[in-house]
Design a protein around this ligand. Structure first.
Ligand code: 7TS
Length: 458
């Protein structure tokens, strides 16, 4: 199926004029964003140590491999990030030296494993400035965290006729659980629309709030458009209207400094695998009074206090929501990922990604027939760029980039079909960046897009 050409340029206009001023030639890898001088290839960590991106890349063994005989250019971190050696070593050490089940053994190995997992919980709590470790519920991923809230909190609090406000830019993981809840309860769903350049229509949001929704759930950062939504303001407005708020932080927690107390968010959901951690571990943060009042989601194992044949009582937080053997290695690995990101400093992570995104937006202007979706300047978006190239199907584009140049990008609907429909598209190509992304990799992407145009014009 071909991407529909119509509406692409109409909906999104021409390529962006980025706001950053280039100081020297791109090769010098320096630009200004706001008042801050940003270098593309060096990184001053939270500890004030200056690291080059080349140094950071040495921490990620996979980045030195080749694909189709070319150095790997990994531009799909929004789908899943790569892992530093520290995370791999931490998990391997656990398996090699102190693996045992947690929260049940009274012997040394089990106690060591339990202590390591609980330490990781505290690290995650500090990373997002949660008040207590017990507000961090370990799940498998963002999807499971949202389902937990929809099933448990939603089942207890949402009734027929209640309104749930979402946005049209949600990942399916922050849409389907609410559809299922609405089907079970008879609740109503309404959606905040977006502007042409991919911002939420806050005027429409205000109008929806006048209908006094019970819940507002939105993504902090769009995995398609890169738009960073004004979460703090939206949460305050929702609270003023009496709504509870869930924020899908799958794309924001890995890339922006997050302070749940400052945001005053009720629930925040995110995944370890997108923030340098392993797969199979996700987080639900919740306000304590909400989590304590919620009934269990899944039953069995250590989520109980006392079990009878016909009824049981529940454990305290966080165990009430963590039945079954935990993802022990994965939670400890997530703790190591949080250490790694904290040493870099999340302000610096954001700054690097804005610099790389800005560079990419500039360089992509050289590609004819390219249309980019989303906000027009790097300081209003995260490191995700979705685009279409003429009539070339994004899957063809992704295959050419992979086979010709070893570039990994994602193509498809990005689990955001309603958003695709809004733009009258079947699919887009998407490049996404992280702490290890080099400007030279953007150059290879641009080279690949020129090559694809050549191939398709034959
Ligand atoms: N929410 C957002 C905003 C996401 O980007 C994703 C995954 C999810 C939820 C679900 O995360 P999971 O860890 O439970 O799978 N996004 C993508 C993506 O953009 N490409 O692959 C996965």
């Amino acid at each position: 199926m071909r991407v529909k050409r119509r509406a692409i340029s109409e909906a999104c206009g021409a390529l962006f004029n980025t706001s950053a001023r280039t100081r020297k030639s791109p090769l010098s890898m320096e630009i200004l964003i706001g008042n801050n001088m940003v270098t593309y290839d060096t990184f001053t960590g939270a500890d004030q140590k200056v690291r080059t991106i080349a140094d950071i890349r040495k921490d990620f063994p996979i980045l030195s491999r080749q694909v189709h005989g070319k150095p790997l250019v990994y531009l799909d971190s929004a789908a899943s990030s790569q892992k530093p050696q520290a995370v791999l070593d931490t998990m391997s050490t656990y398996y090699q030296t102190y693996h045992a089940n947690v929260h049940r053994g009274v012997y040394a190995l089990s106690e060591e494993a339990t202590a390591a997992m609980e330490k990781a919980r505290i690290k995650v709590a500090r990373f997002i400035n949660a008040h207590k470790g017990k507000q961090i519920i370990f799940t498998r991923n963002t999807t499971e965290s949202i389902n937990l809230v929809a099933y448990s909190w939603g089942g207890a609090n949402i009734h027929a006729g209640d309104l749930i406000v979402l946005t049209i830019m949600e990942h399916h993981s922050n849409l389907i659980p609410w559809q299922l809840l609405a089907q079970r309860t008879g609740a109503r769903l309404e959606f905040i629309p977006i502007t042409e350049d991919g911002f939420l229509r806050l005027d429409a949001y205000e109008q929806l709030l006048q209908q006094q929704p019970k819940l507002v759930a939105f993504t902090h950062m769009s995995n398609v458009l890169g738009t960073i939504n004004p979460a703090k303001q939206m949460i305050a407005q929702a609270h003023a209207a009496g709504a509870t708020v869930l924020v899908d932080g799958a794309q924001s927690v890995p890339h922006l400094p997050i302070d749940v107390q400052e945001l005053d968010v009720d629930f925040l959901c995110f995944s370890g695998h997108k923030m340098l951690g392993p797969t199979g571990i996700g987080v639900l943060y919740g306000k304590r009074e909400l989590l304590e009042a919620m009934p269990p989601f899944l039953g069995g194992s250590i989520m109980i206090r006392k079990v009878g044949l016909r009824e049981s009582t529940w454990n305290d937080l966080p165990e009430k929501f963590e039945p079954g053997t935990a993802s022990i290695a994965e939670s400890i690995g997530l703790g190591a990922a949080v250490d790694y990101l904290s040493a870099l400093g999340m302000e610096n992570v954001l700054r690097h990604e804005q610099a790389i995104t800005d560079y990419a937006l500039q360089q992509l202007q050289s590609v004819p027939e390219l249309t980019i979706y989303g906000p027009r300047s790097a300081d209003k978006r995260g490191g995700v760029i979705s685009f279409t190239l003429g009539d070339i199907h994004p899957h063809d584009l992704a295959s050419i980039l992979d086979q010709e140049l070893g570039v990994a990008i994602r193509a498809g609907h990005h689990c955001a079909q309603p958003l695709m429909e809004h733009f009258d598209l079947a699919a887009t190509a998407r490049a996404s960046f992280y702490v290890y992304t080099l400007p030279e990799e953007i150059d290879v992407l641009v080279q690949g897009l020129h090559k694809a145009l050549e191939i398709f014009s034959l």
